[in-house]
Design a protein around this ligand. Structure first.
Ligand SMILES: Cc1ncc(C[n+]2csc(CCOP(=O)(O)OP(=O)(O)O)c2C)c(N)n1
Length: 204
């Protein structure tokens, strides 16, 4: 189904609105036990939790835009570990500079996923700039992340993911997603999230 308000049609046309939970499950199904996943604030970390908690998952609570910077730090600190970060469009828009930093440092082991629902959904669905035409893939490419692509559908997402997880440079995959709400919420215990993640990484 074609989507998007007029201003957004250039990059959104021909893109289905995908399910964040479905894409998250597809991601988790492809992961090795040691792969780390950083969920950003917003509904993406609820879906990451609902897809089945893994010790090497970290769930950002409270601060927007930190999934990619945290993932960059981990990817640089543990270069043999694959690191995936998931962020919402609203949060990424608040921290766009990290894309240029990631392009500059270019860790081989980092994959970035953007779940673009054109809204700050978790706080009530206020529209973000992507609703009005901001194209996060074009922005990422402009920052130097040449391997940045929109996933046109589920099969495209799977292919892009396979390419990204086997690549030797950071890839960004963005998907236009629907407005489904998660079925469950992440357990909101930041100290436990931090401690169990650090233990799984071997740093505590
Ligand atoms: C600096 C700051 N401003 C506002 C908030 C409140 N807030 C928390 S999550 C969120 C929206 C996140 O939007 P997005 O990343 O697109 O994820 P979605 O909710 O759509 O899944 C907002 C506005 C915050 N935590 N920090």
């Amino acid at each position: 189904m074609a989507i998007g308000p007029a201003a957004n049609e250039d990059h959104a046309k021909d893109h289905a609105r995908l399910s964040r939970f479905d894409l998250t499950k597809r991601l988790v199904a492809r992961l090795a036990e040691d792969d780390a996943v950083i969920g950003g604030i917003g509904f993406n970390n609820f879906d990451l939790w609902a897809a089945g908690h893994r010790p090497t998952n970290f769930y950002m609570l409270g601060s927007m835009g930190l999934a990619f910077p945290i993932a960059l730090g981990l990817a640089l600190a543990q270069p043999r570990r694959r690191v995936v970060a998931i962020e919402g469009d609203g949060s990424l828009l608040m921290e766009l500079g990290c894309l240029a930093t990631i392009a500059e440092r270019a860790p081989k082991n980092l994959t970035l996923l953007v779940m673009d629902n054109a809204a700050y959904q978790i706080t009530g669905g206020q529209r973000t700039a992507t609703h009005h035409g901001a194209d996060l893939v074009a922005i990422a490419r402009g920052c130097g992340l040449s391997q940045s692509n929109w996933a046109a559908d589920e099969q495209d997402f799977e292919q892009l993911l396979e390419d990204a997880l086997g690549a030797d440079r950071p890839h960004l995959i963005a998907a236009k997603i629907d407005d489904a709400t998660p079925h469950t919420a992440t357990d909101r215990d930041p100290a436990w999230i931090r401690d169990s993640f650090m233990r799984a990484l071997g740093t505590r």
